[in-house]
Design a protein around this ligand. Structure first.
Ligand SMILES: Cc1cc2nc3c(=O)[nH]c(=O)nc-3n(C[C@H](O)[C@H](O)[C@H](O)COP(=O)(O)OP(=O)(O)OC[C@H]3O[C@@H](n4cnc5c(N)ncnc54)[C@H](O)[C@@H]3O)c2cc1C
Length: 382
């Protein structure tokens, strides 16, 4: 067992940190307030290999692993969760193509993410089916050589600005098992019948695109099916074993950024004739925050490392996602508390982090869903 990052990993982490500090710092507050999508920053990140970094070189990507991608996410979210979220989502869903797509599909869809301004997304959630993905009701019916898609999705990252989305569709409603009814299909957003509406007013991560998406007789060639018809639910669960590792990395980064802000603040702020940092009560809180973050980081790195070893572990990924998102919420709460009343105003960065944190316990598997996965895996082992 070797806990030392390789020289390359250290360099990637450093490059991500420098990029985030250079590109996010001055604009983060304004982009959050105005809900500005950082298209300029996406372009620059692509040039440096800092989006979809786990995509192999043969498909146009930088060819790093999920561990490196989780570290990049950590460094981005450490500086700004909103811009970090948008950069995280640029290639969201590409894992599914890598896992289940044909060679032809990988060569067709993935390189364009790096050769152009193309952005993608993954539409799973529906107005009446969120955590319960097996109840999704957007239909795709095979007519000749085309799937005809009807229905709607909600809260879809990049639904407005994406060039194409993976769409989780009901294709086999009569299948006996609820887990054998869905399929994953690529839909270009310029297809007739595709419509998206921005969803404004998010509590946090406001520099990221979120949409309601509607499909009205959208026709796509049957070659756009990813994997096997009727296997979409199983494929989706395997996708989450990968994607949740770097979403857990978001939590580590957010918590680290919040802790650093708190430390700076308490070292400068005085009360009762001393810096707040000099009170042991403050030091204990800083110690607790650092302990949580380091514990989460180790779990996240392990989960991502297992993915890179070709042995994704749903239990370890679930623990990483559950724990990192929980401690992110706890740490940023303490960090804001240490800022006192000043932390409550929108000219401080800490309140932006505070607003952002909660999403981590909701998307990419709400915390209750992670617990269901962990318990299921644990029960199966004994
Ligand atoms: C900023 C943002 C970006 C997003 N991006 C995407 C995206 O790109 N693609 C996409 O498809 N979706 C996206 N989502 C949607 C997100 O994945 C869903 O919000 C999430 O899966 C939860 O679904 P829901 O909101 O319908 O909540 P529900 O499923 O209605 O759940 C509500 C609450 O009940 C709990 N609950 C549900 N079932 C159980 C149970 N059996 N036992 C105990 N508790 C339970 C849940 O954990 C949750 O706390 C995004 C959401 C946000 C906020």
């Amino acid at each position: 067992m070797d806990f030392q990052l390789t020289k390359e990993q250290q360099d990637i982490k450093k490059a991500a940190r420098e990029f985030a500090l250079g590109e996010f710092t001055d604009v983060a507050r304004e982009y959050d307030l105005n809900e500005t999508i950082p298209l300029d920053i996406i372009r620059k990140a692509k040039e440096l290999g800092l989006v979809g970094s786990y995509i192999p070189e043969e498909y146009g990507g930088p060819g790093f692993g999920f561990l490196e991608w989780a570290m990049i996410m950590e460094e981005f979210w450490r500086v700004d969760p909103g811009i970090g979220q948008q950069l995280s989502a640029v290639a969201f869903g590409s894992e599914e193509i890598l896992l289940f797509g044909t060679e032809e599909q990988k060569k067709k869809w993935l390189p364009r993410l790096f050769e152009s301004d193309a952005i993608m997304g993954f539409g799973i959630t529906e107005p009446d089916a969120g955590s319960d993905t097996a109840s999704a009701s957007t239909t795709a019916v095979l007519e000749g050589d085309e799937y005809v898609i009807n229905g709607s999705k909600i809260m879809i990252s990049n639904g407005n600005i994406g060039e194409f989305l993976l769409v989780y569709c009901l294709t086999d409603p009569a299948a006996r098992s609820k887990t054998g009814r869905h399929s994953i299909i690529i839909v270009e957003t310029n297809r007739e019948g595709y419509q998206a509406e921005p969803m404004h007013g998010k509590m946090g991560v406001r520099a990221s695109d979120t949409a309601s998406v509607y499909f009205n007789n959208v026709r796509v060639p049957k070659e756009n099916l990813v994997g096997t018809q009727g296997n979409g639910f199983i494929q989706l669960m395997k996708f989450f074993d990968h994607s949740r590792t770097y979403v857990a990395g978001h939590g580590v980064g957010l918590a680290q950024g919040a802790l650093e802000m708190a430390v700076k603040y308490v070292k400068a702020r005085k009360a009762f004739g001393k810096t707040i940092a000099s009170f042991q009560g403050t030091q204990f809180r800083i110690a607790d925050m650092a302990t949580k973050i380091e514990t989460a980081r180790n779990t996240v790195y392990k989960a991502a490392w297992l993915v890179d070893q070709g042995r994704p572990d749903p239990m370890v990924t679930g623990i990483a996602k559950l724990y990192a998102s929980r401690i992110a919420v706890e740490v940023v709460d303490e960090a804001l508390q240490l800022h006192g009343g000043y932390g409550y105003f929108d000219d401080t960065d800490i309140q932006r982090f505070y607003r952002a944190a909660k999403v981590l316990e909701i998307y990419e598997g709400a915390k209750e869903i992670e617990k269901m996965v962990i318990a299921r895996e644990m029960m199966g082992k004994v």
